[in-house]
Design a protein. Structure first.
Length: 129
């Protein structure tokens, strides 16, 4: 099977591989909405990695941190390690996407959009901004 070579900067392929391998690992244990969220986060992170390849070191660092936050999610429920949920990773990834001006890449689920739209409408039909 031929492998497609993309024009990527050094380091970006490592981050993309980390995202892809983590997603492959969590696919075993996740189902339904959690799996969909993990896949949306992975898509968003891949795009952020590629689009910031030529960006400033600060922007690349933010994306690298978001990738590591997603990949190094702690699964232990023991007393010593806290559990980092996919929702927490979603908040981190969305914050980085907003800071980089890529609101089109937000990983937020349609459920969040519905809640946000309900919260922005005041009683009587007035919209808060």
């Amino acid at each position: 099977m031929p492998v497609e070579r993309r024009n990527v900067e050094p380091g970006t392929d490592v981050l993309i591989r980390k995202v892809d391998s983590h997603l492959a690992a969590v696919r075993v244990g996740l189902h339904g909405p959690e799996l969909e969220l993990a896949e949306r986060l992975a898509r968003c992170l891949r795009e952020l990695v590629v689009t910031t390849a030529q960006a400033s070191a600060a922007d690349r660092g933010q994306v690298r941190a978001a990738v590591h936050y997603f990949v190094l999610r702690r699964e232990s429920r023991g007393r010593l390690l806290s559990v980092r949920s996919l929702a927490a990773a979603e908040r981190v990834v969305d914050r980085v996407a907003r800071q980089l001006g890529r609101a089109d890449l937000l990983a937020e689920s349609p459920r969040h959009d519905l809640v946000a739209s309900r919260e922005s409408v005041r009683p009587g039909g007035a919209v808060s901004r």
